[in-house]
Design a protein around this ligand. Structure first.
Ligand SMILES: [Mn+2]
Length: 338
């Protein structure tokens, strides 16, 4: 488990500090849970903490503790830049490279402010002062639990707000304990549930919170936009610009659609293409040893995890899908031969 300076960081935080916590664009339940959990913890110690996301969070997470105080760089750039300039510590949560936070990252890169990186994505940037990274971890929340229990010298965190945040991160990134689980994770979760949280209610808030529009869109995708290629154990869903207009698709409405492809028997690779105003975005999911992060990195300027990755393409939807179908046979063959 690569880590650096956790003890020094604890010392650094013995004085009250201005802490700037950043997570990635389109923050998910893990980005939110990990960052809000850390913010709650440090605020409780008297630090001044700001949580910032490059873009807005999905509305179905509006119940999370402290989420009403976060800043969104896209909407509040001046305010965020002031916070960046005055911070004593940057914390990078659930992403591991400044390039993942675009313009906000550029404002941060100019400063010498120390960085604490806590993340579970592949290929972390280990040039920072403090880090705790593990690409095999279920979620960043899982790692936040490790660090805080170590700092507190406790087996579990006796704080329902903090535990709610971290539990949300784990439930989100494991698909409610369907993947990325391990004996070690279940051990931690069993300790979390010693804390009085309504874990079933949290799961319901995360999983059963679609709007009618979102469910209709899912139906449309499965009925009209699904292509299955059994020979490559692959399924594709795509959405065009006019689909976006027809369904009035907003941020977050397409979240999770890609996962439905893997519900088909014998399908191991899922690709979801969306035609955005200027680029085509691609979300990839897989099971077993199909390393879609490789595919995203090699052909779609992206990356991610072995079984969950994403990328983009600049030459239109048809070109993106053609490229995917062109490189797919070799990708599938390589993975099966290994
Ligand atoms: Mn995560």
């Amino acid at each position: 488990m690569p880590e650096k300076g956790l003890h020094d960081l604890q010392d650094f935080l013995k004085k009250n500090r201005k802490i700037f916590i950043a997570s990635h664009r389109n923050p998910d339940g893990d980005a939110l849970g990990s960052s809000l959990g850390l913010a709650w913890y440090w605020k409780g110690q008297g630090h001044e903490v700001t949580v910032v996301y490059p873009s807005a969070y999905p509305q179905n997470f509006d119940w999370m503790p402290g989420v009403d105080e976060v800043l969104i760089f896209d909407d509040q750039e001046d305010q965020v830049v002031d916070k960046i300039k005055s911070a004593d510590l940057f914390v990078f949560v659930d992403f591991n490279h400044l390039s993942r936070i675009d313009k906000m990252g550029e404002a941060m890169a100019e400063l010498e402010t120390p960085v604490f990186l806590i993340d579970h994505h592949l290929e972390p940037d280990l040039s920072h002062e403090y880090y705790y990274v593990d690409p095999t971890a279920s979620s960043t929340a899982d790692l936040v639990f490790d660090v805080l229990t170590r700092w507190e010298n406790k087996e579990f965190l006796e704080d329902p707000v903090l535990t709610t945040c971290l539990y949300t991160g784990i439930v989100t990134d494991t698909g409610t304990f369907a993947h990325n689980t391990s004996s070690s994770l279940f051990g931690k979760v069993s300790k979390m549930l010693l804390c009085p949280i309504d874990h079933i209610a949290i799961q319901n808030k995360i999983n059963n919170s679609l709007t009618e529009k979102q469910l209709s869109l899912l139906g449309f995708c499965l009925h009209h936009r699904l292509q299955v290629m059994p020979e490559y154990k692959t399924g594709i869903i795509f959405l065009t610009k006019s689909d976006f207009a027809k369904f009035d698709i907003e941020r977050g409405d397409t979240e999770g659609i890609v996962n439905y492809i893997l519900k088909i028997n014998n399908i191991k690779i899922a690709a979801f293409f969306t035609q955005q105003p200027t680029i085509v975005k691609l979300s990839l999911r897989s099971v077993d040893d199909y390393n879609v992060a490789d595919l995203a990195k090699t052909h779609f300027n992206g990356g991610g995890h072995k079984n969950a990755a994403g990328g983009s393409h600049y030459k239109g939807l048809k070109s993106a899908m053609d490229l995917f179908k062109k490189v797919l046979p070799e990708f599938v063959n390589n993975q099966t031969n290994e």
